[in-house]
Design a binder for this molecule. Structure first.
Ligand code: GLA
Length: 414
């Protein structure tokens, strides 16, 4: 009896805070493309046929994803956001795509996307309306889940507008059950905590049991101030949110806006590095048909993607803020560590940081091997706890390293 209690206590101590939603999906942070930040609610296909929310847009993105190395790099989901449906449900109460902009319907679009070896995501809302005023799913959870399953959709982004905040939990859980009941594997992306935070501290155990990822904070914009505000929010709430991330469920700091208009290249590198450190879904919102080669190379950087997708599945954290530097560290599999050093000083030039000041550097006892991933790939060789190695970081840029401890005893063990 005593032993059983002891074992139970041990299990509670050793296991992650909560079980993940048991649908076998999102074992690694989701990768794909999502229309919102770049294309928003552009429904004017007369004025802007190339960029309006229409089946053409997703088909073209799917084409490019296959042709231009995105799929190979791991980007898998082509995701529709708000503004896809008709303003009216059909005679049977089902959502229907806007017939002018989606003449083939969503099922055909899903078939097309699947024929490319990719997956299709769709968007709906837990409340009465979507944020842009299209029909919400309140009162229709089972119908909508079944419709999405019938269309062979692979991911649902479920927004939280036009909903009594006290009913958010119930709504998100009911939709999770409805998706499960369809028998189709549909990745479930929630915004539950984002809409709950203004009223109460969200229950991350319940959220992890319900969703595959969840938005906590404001929508990302195409600006450095937006990226900074997301990082600041995450750093100041990390003790609450980071423990709930792991295979099957992730904190979602919103889309990557790399390849658009608002970020310098250094800032784009910072977003990419820190989203990898945060074990965030990598959902790009840009125009893949027209993207500068440098941004494309950054988004397809296999060393950064390997950090994002590391099998240990632990979310990294901000470990120190000093002298307008932020150090973010993520433990990786095989006892390795990723370290990002962000220079938050937006004046002056590159500034040097003694890397041994990073709290995680203690894994270099007695020595470690260091690789610089950003801004350029460089082997920095064997280092020790007392190294004088200095990394130089551009204003609002990030130096990203991976550190591999080299065991003294490796020779004996092997
Ligand atoms: C909310 C969400 C965004 C996007 C829009 C669509 O603001 O947080 O990500 O889905 O709605 O209207």
């Amino acid at each position: 009896m005593c032993r059983a209690v002891f074992l139970l206590a041990l299990t509670v101590l050793v296991c992650p805070a909560a079980e993940a939603l048991d649908n076998g999906l999102a074992l690694k942070p989701t990768m794909g493309w999502l229309h919102w930040e770049r294309f928003m609610c552009n429904t004017d296909c007369y004025k802007d046929p190339n960029n309006c929310i229409s089946e053409r847009l997703y088909m073209q993105m799917a084409d490019v994803m296959v042709k231009e190395g995105w799929k190979e790099a791991g980007y898998e989901y082509v995701c529709i956001d708000d503004c896809w449906p008709s303003h009216q449900r059909d005679a049977k109460g089902r959502l229907q795509a806007d017939p002018k902009r989606f003449p083939g319907g969503i099922k055909k679009l899903a078939d097309y996307v699947h024929s490319k070896g990719l997956k299709l995501g769709i968007y709906a809302d837990v409340g009465k309306n979507t944020c842009a005023g299209y029909p919400g799913s309140l009162g229709y959870y089972e119908t909508d889940a079944q419709t999405f399953a019938d269309w062979d959709v692979d991911l649902l982004k479920f927004d939280g507008c036009y909903m009594d905040w006290k009913l958010l939990g119930e709504g998100y859980m009911n939709m999770s059950r409805a998706l499960n009941k369809t028998g189709r594997s549909i990745l479930y992306s929630c915004e539950w905590p984002l809409y709950e935070w203004p009223h109460k501290q969200p229950d991350y155990k319940a959220i992890r049991e319900t969703c595959n990822h969840w938005r906590n904070f404001d929508d990302v914009y195409d600006s450095w101030s937006s990226i900074k505000s997301i990082l600041d929010w995450t750093a100041s709430h990390q003790d609450t949110i980071a423990p709930s991330a792991g295979p099957g469920g992730w904190n979602d700091p919103d889309m990557l806006v790399i390849g658009n208009f608002g970020l310098s290249h250094d800032q784009q590198e910072s977003q990419m590095a820190l989203w990898a450190i945060m074990a965030a879904p990598l959902l790009v919102s840009n125009d893949l048909r027209d993207i500068c080669p440098r941004s494309k190379k950054l988004l397809q950087n296999t060393d950064i993607i390997a950090i994002s997708q590391d099998p240990l599945g632990k979310q990294g954290q901000c470990t120190i803020k000093v002298d307008s530097f932020e150090v973010w560290e993520r433990p990786l599999s095989k006892k390795r560590l990723a370290i990002a050093v962000l220079n938050t000083q937006e004046i002056g030039g590159p500034r040097g940081f003694f890397i041994r000041a990073a709290p995680g550097w203690k894994i270099c006892e007695p020595q470690c091997n260091v690789t610089q991933i950003l801004p350029q790939y460089k082997e920095l060789g064997v280092q020790t706890p007392h190294t004088k190695l200095v990394v130089f970081v551009n204003p609002s840029g990030t130096t990203l390293l991976t550190v591999t401890p080299t065991s003294d005893y490796a020779g004996f063990i092997l």
